[in-house]
Structure formats: structure tokens, C-alpha cells
Design a binder for this molecule. Structure first.
Ligand SMILES: Nc1ncnc2c1ncn2[C@@H]1O[C@H](COP(=O)(O)OP(=O)(O)O)[C@@H](O)[C@H]1O
Ligand SMILES: [Mg+2]
Length: 373
């Protein structure tokens, strides 16, 4: 396997995560039994492997065991409202159906006509409408089109249902995370009530629910949740073996990689890729290559992290890096910063919120970079 830190792992090169895969298979099995697949949330921080896991899940559910149509939708920060979200999702759904092996030629022909009739509803000028309007019209679009597709395509194609994979749901924050989590829950609960087996599997940052827990319990309870963190030492062994082969030095290289990256999948992929190309098969002394590898990390990752950050925010990050302990509260820094700086840096995934009012840098290597710079 060639490490590609900037792309999600291919499902057939996917490493580890046995518990999370088991949890998902249980949800799928329950769906086959009852005709309603529970909705699912994957929570974890930047680079930890959420997209990779969602892609793995979609490969699993489309297999023969389950015959469920996966609809993979990356949620971008440009989504302005729920109506646009609904249209984008529907478009992706139609494309997923189109490329599914389950559709006969006749159904494929009908799908073309259906797309023309369903996907052209938008386009009216809606500029002066408020968010409630977009919510209700987006909900209505999805409801009608997806019920319709259930009867005309999903059932006739012998598919057992569909799962909508929404990757990075935290990017969709207008008119607010709680509003969206609730709207989605209402939407998908309605399908379940009518025996239509559509469900949701989204990924989001690990603190996604902490903002809404207090006043939207139903939106939180609706989802089965798995948390994703860095690889364990065993998973790191597995990863190292997949990249460097099963030779005797592998234990040594793997523990070196773990020491540097703490099993963080992005950094593991990055460092492995560099080591693979620098060491040219002689990986027995990885430490020799560390200065060159760290320099590349600076250039390709940490500098661009700081490119989107104001001077004041850089100052805050450096203060956090120079604090005696990893995890800090705003009051423990030598300089005082307003709360909004912490939330902005959390949104930019450079700070992690690890508890009520507690923060840390997203990775120890970033800390090292800030301390040195
Ligand atoms: N289970 C896995 N097996 C192999 N590589 C992985 C796995 N999970 C993550 N990676 C690697 O880590 C990097 C970051 O993963 P990604 O899924 O993009 O994280 P996220 O979506 O949480 O930001 C990917 O480039 C991939 O190479
Ligand atoms: Mg991702």
C-alpha cells in the first residue's frame, strides 16, 4: 500500500477499526430484520479517519450481504440553506442510483425521465425568503422525491434501502447545528414510520453534540454513535506492515512511527510516505530521516495551517504550545484572549475542545512546530 495522507483510505486498503465496523454491521443487521436501519454518527477530529471509515461503510453496505444503496455526500461549508442541501443530496442520490448495478435497463431509462421531473423544481428566485422557508421547502422536496424513488426504483431494483452518508456535517451550520440535527432526525424518522428504509450516517467533529445536548435531546438520542480516535499500537503495526511489508524490522519501525505520530492516521500516512521515499527500502534507522521528514511536514501542513489564521490567533496558539501542560483553559494562559478566538480555532480544527472550557492543540507535532518556530 502506498500512503496517501491527502486522500481517504481505499476500502480495500482499510486498516483496523474493528469495533466501529462491528457496530455498523449490527446496525445493518437490525435494519434487515426490522426494515428500519438506525441512523449512525461517527465522531472524531480532523485527520483521524472519518471519511475513510464512511467510505468503508458504504462499501460494506452495498455488498451482497446487505444490498443497500450508499449515497455519499461531502458536506461543504458553502451550503447556504436546507433547500440547497436537499437539492444537492437528491442529485447525489440520483447519481448513486444511476451507477448502481442493481438497476435494470428499463429502470435506468425511467430514472432519466424521473431525474428531469424531480431535479428541476428549484431555480425559482427565492432571495427574500427566511430560513424557515428553506427548511420547509427543502424538507418537502426530499420527502416527496425520496418516497417516490422508493416505489419506483429502490423496491423494483430489489434494493433493501439506502444510507445517506453525510461526511463532515459540522460544515453545515446555518441556521445552526441543533436546527440541522433536528431537521434531519424529523426527516428520517418520517421515512421509518412509513416503512421506507432510508437512514443516515454522518461524520462530524467530536464536539458536535456537545453544543446541542442540553436543549435538543431527541436529536442526539436518534443516532447510534461511534467515536474515532487515533490508531492503537496494534493498528499502527498493521498499518506499518501494509506499507513496509512483513520484515523483521517492522516492529522497530512501527514503534518509532507510533512514538512520532501517536497513531494519528493523517500523520502516520504522511510520515510513512516520506520515510518510504527517503529510506528506499533501508528503513532500519528511521530516526536518520526525521529532520527531513519534519521539514516536509512544516512546509506541507503546518505552514498552511497558519496561512488561514490571524496574528492574534497565532499568538494564542504559541501560548498554548508553550504552556507547561498540554490541556489548558483560557485563564491559564499568560495573555488573555476572548472566547471567540478559542471557538474560531476550534472551527479551524487547530485546537481541540477536550472538555468544558478545556483545549489542546490538534496534535503534539503541531505543538513541536509552534514551539520551535
Ligand atoms: N482505517 C484506515 N486505514 C488506512 N489509512 C487510514 C485509515 N484511516 C485514515 N487513514 C489515513 O489517514 C488520513 C486521514 O484520514 P481521513 O479519513 O481523511 O480523516 P478525516 O476524514 O477524519 O479528516 C487518510 O489520508 C488515510 O491515508
Ligand atoms: Mg474527512
Amino acid at each position: 500500500m502506498v500512503p496517501e495522507p491527502n486522500f481517504p483510505a481505499r476500502p480495500d486498503e482499510f486498516i483496523g477499526r474493528n469495533n466501529q465496523i462491528e457496530a455498523f454491521r449490527e446496525v445493518l443487521a437490525q435494519g434487515l430484520l426490522t426494515g428500519r436501519t438506525p441512523s449512525f454518527a461517527v465522531l472524531g477530529d480532523w485527520g483521524v479517519g472519518k471519511s475513510s471509515l464512511l467510505l468503508k461503510y458504504s462499501a460494506i453496505c452495498s455488498g451482497q450481504d446487505y444490498a443497500i444503496l450508499p449515497v455519499f455526500f461531502s458536506v461543504s461549508t458553502e451550503l447556504a440553506d436546507y433547500k440547497r442541501f436537499a437539492e444537492g443530496l437528491l442529485d447525489t442520490f440520483a447519481r448513486a442510483l444511476e451507477t448502481s448495478d442493481s438497476l435494470t435497463t428499463r429502470l435506468r431509462g425511467e430514472l432519466q425521465k424521473w431525474k428531469l421531473s424531480k431535479l428541476s423544481i428549484g431555480g425559482v428566485s427565492l432571495n427574500r425568503q427566511g430560513p424557515e422557508f428553506f427548511l420547509s421547502s427543502g424538507t418537502a422536496i426530499l420527502k416527496h422525491a425520496l418516497h417516490d424513488a422508493w416505489r419506483h426504483f429502490i423496491r423494483p431494483a430489489q434494493l433493501k434501502g439506502a444510507i445517506f452518508f453525510l461526511d463532515d456535517l459540522h460544515n453545515f451550520f446555518y441556521p445552526g447545528a441543533q436546527g440541522i440535527a433536528l431537521a434531519l432526525r424529523d426527516q428520517f424518522q418520517e421515512f421509518a414510520i412509513h416503512g421506507v428504509n432510508y437512514s443516515l450516517c454522518f461524520s462530524a467533529r467530536s464536539d458536535y453534540f456537545s453544543d446541542i445536548r442540553s436543549f435538543a435531546e431527541p436529536a442526539v438520542r436518534f443516532y447510534d454513535k461511534v467515536y474515532l480516535s487515533s490508531f492503537t499500537p496494534q493498528e499502527t503495526d498493521e498499518y506499518t506492515a501494509a506499507v513496509f511489508g512483513d520484515s523483521v524490522q517492522i516492529r522497530h519501525v512501527s514503534s518509532w512511527l507510533y512514538e512520532k505520530t501517536f497513531g494519528h492516521p493523517y500523520f502516520l500516512a504522511f510520515v510513512s510516505r516520506q520515510l518510504l521515499s527517503l529510506a528506499q527500502g533501508h528503513v532500519s534507522e528511521p530516526e536518520r530521516y526525521w529532520p527531513a521528514i519534519f521539514k516536509r511536514l512544516e512546509q506541507e501542513k503546518f505552514r498552511s495551517d497558519l496561512a488561514h489564521v490571524t496574528e492574534r490567533e497565532v499568538q494564542l496558539l504559541r501560548d498554548v504550545a508553550n504552556a507547561p501542560i498540554e490541556e489548558i483553559g483560557p485563564r491559564e494562559l499568560s495573555n488573555q484572549y476572548e472566547r471567540k478566538y478559542f471557538s474560531r480555532l476550534t472551527e479551524k480544527a487547530l485546537l481541540l475542545r477536550v472538555g468544558r472550557g478545556r483545549y489542546q492543540l490538534y496534535h503534539p507535532l503541531f505543538r513541536l512546530f509552534l514551539k520551535e518556530g
